[in-house]
Design a protein around this ligand. Sequence first.
Ligand code: FAD
Ligand code: DHB
Length: 394
Amino acid sequence: MRTQVGIVGAGPAGLFLSQLLHLQGIESVVFECRDRAYVEARVRAGVLEYGTAETLREAGVGERMDAQGLPHAGTELRFARTRHRIDFAELTGRSIMVYGQQEVVKDLIAARLADGGDVRFQTEVVGVHDLDTNRPRIAFVEAGEPAELDCDFVIGTDGFHGVSRNHVPDLMIYGRDYPFAWLGILAEAPPSSRELIYARHDRGFALHSMRSPKITRMYLQVPADESLHEWPDERIWAELHQRLATDDGFELTEGALLDKSITPMRSFVATPMQHGRLLLAGDAAHIVPPTGAKGMNLAIADVRLLAHALGGYYADGRDDLLASYTETALRRVWRATHFSWWMTAMLHVDPGTDEFGAQLAQAQLDYVTTSRAMATSLAENYTGLPYEQSWSYR
Ligand code: FAD
Ligand code: DHB
C-alpha cells in the first residue's frame, strides 16, 4: 500500500488537510481508530473564527455552515450581575460563526468520501517508522489485521492522546494545568441570548453558547478532577441560574440534557512540531484552555500551512516551506496560547489565589469593557488574526 501523504487521525485537522491536499491534486489516506458514528457525534468546539469559516468556504465545504450556522457580530461579558457587549463587527469589521465542530467533521467526511477519498475508520495507527528517510511507513491495525502504508510524509493529527508526538525526539514541552475543569452540557432548549455570554461570578465561570435555535450549549467551571456524579441535572441548572443572573431580569430557559461531560483545562505547547518526514498539527502538538475558543481554529491554521508547504513540495520540489513549518506555526500558536490563558485568568475563580488574584481579574474586566483599545484587542484575537499566507500553493 502506498500514498503520498499518510494522515493519522480524522478530527478536524486530519480531515481538512486531506481536503486541502485533494484540491491541489495530492493523494492522502486518513486513519481513524474510532468509528464514523462516534467521530460525527463527539460534542466539542462551537466557534469558528472569521478566517476558519472563510477557509471552509474556499475548500468547498461551507455550504451547510452558511445555511445552518449562526453568524455572531459580538459577544457578551457578564459580571457583577451586569451585561457588557463587545461589538466585534464595529471594532474589527469581522464576525464569528457558531457551528458545531461535529458538523464541520460531518461535512468534511461527506466531502472526502464523495470525491473517492480514502478515510479508514476503526483503523488504529500503532507506530510510524523510517521518518529520517524519504519513505516513511505507517503501521496500523485494520479489522484485527496488522498492515503498513508507505508514503512520502506522515502527518500526526491524532489529538492530545495520539501516538505521533512520541516519535519526535528531544521534544520540548511548555505548559500548565489549571486548578479547574469545564462541565459542558447540551440542552434541548432555545438559547436564552442571541449571542454567547462569558460570565464571571464569585462561584466560578459560566458560558452560555448554542448550536441552533433549539439547542443550547453551556459550560460551568468545576474543580479539577470533578466527577459527573457530583452534578445531577438540578444542580447544574441551579448553578447556571446563579452564575448568569443579572439585575435586569435575565431568564435562562431550561430543557432536557442531551449530553454532559467534563473537560480538564490545560495549556500545552510541544516543539518542534516536526521530525524528518513527520509533521504534527492541531491538538497533537498544542492544547489551549477553551475559554478563547481557539483549539479547532488553531488546528485549521496549522493544516493551512501544511497544505501550502506540501503544495510547494509537490509542485516545485521545495523543502524550505516544510523546513520552516514549526517556526511559522508556533507564532500563531503562542499568540493563541497567550490569549486563551488571559481570557481564562480574567473569567475564572482560581481556588488557589487570594483576593489579590480576584481583584486583578476584576480590574481587567473593568478595563476591557470601558476601553475601546482593550476591547479591540479582545475582538481581533477572538475573531482571529490574519493568516500569513494562503492555503493553496498556486
Ligand atoms: P482531535 O479532534 O482530537 O482529533 C484527533 C483524532 O485522532 C481523533 O478522532 C482520534 O480518535 C484520532 N486518533 C487518536 N489516536 C489515533 C491512532 N493511534 N490511530 C488512529 N486515529 C487516532 N476549539 C475551538 O476552536 N473553539 C471552541 O469553541 C472549542 N471549544 C471546545 C470545548 C470543549 C469542551 C473541548 C473538549 C474542546 C474545545 N475546543 C474548541 C478544542 C477543539 O475541540 C480541539 O482543538 C479540536 O478537536 C482539535 O482537532 P484535532 O483534529 O487536532 O484533534
Ligand atoms: C463554545 C466553546 C468554547 O470553548 C467557547 O469559548 C465558546 C463556545 C461552544 O462549544 O459553543
